[in-house]
Design a protein around this ligand. Structure first.
Ligand code: MG
Length: 161
């Protein structure tokens, strides 16, 4: 059995007047902030996509969904994730598991973690137990700590029989 591992990272700015979409869910920030970006700016799903692509050295999401392409304006990142999963499975690979950590001071993500895992698992075509979503603050340090943005780190493990 062949195994491949990939890692992904993303960060988007928190701004007024945008929805806060994380892990496919629409959340409420206490100050009404949301994530800025060309698509729905779902940093968690973007980091996962880069981890999946990275595992097979297929490049990054900018290669498949360039931010200057009007097709991806306001795109639902879960739909883009499905397309990335298609690239992976087309080549005979399957997902063993993914794991992620979202770095955000607010809102509290704990109440939403299970729903995020389910939403992501459905698009990955795996059981939720194979999808790790964790949350941490940055102890008010740096850009995520100052709530200038929300970041996410992710890894993905693939197998081919
Ligand atoms: Mg992104």
């Amino acid at each position: 059995m062949d195994l491949r591992i990939g890692n992904g990272y993303d960060i988007h700015r928190l701004v007024p007047g945008r929805p806060l979409i994380l892990g496919g869910l629409r959340l409420e920030h206490p100050d009404g902030l949301g994530l800025d970006g060309h698509s729905d700016a779902d940093v968690l799903v973007h980091a996962l996509m880069d981890a999946l692509l990275g595992a097979l050295s297929l490049g990054d999401i900018g290669k498949y969904f360039p931010p200057d392409d009007p097709r991806w304006r306001g795109a639902d990142s879960l739909v883009l994730l499905e397309q990335v999963v298609g690239l992976v499975t087309e080549q005979g690979w399957s997902i063993v598991n993914v794991d992620s950590v979202v770095v955000a001071e607010r809102p509290k993500l704990k109440p939403h973690i299970e729903a995020m895992r389910s939403a992501i698992a459905a698009r990955l075509g795996v059981e939720p137990e194979r999808v790790g979503v964790k949350a941490t603050t940055n102890e008010q340090l740096g850009p995520t700590g100052r709530e200038e943005g929300i970041a996410c780190h992710a890894v993905a493990l693939l197998q081919k029989p």
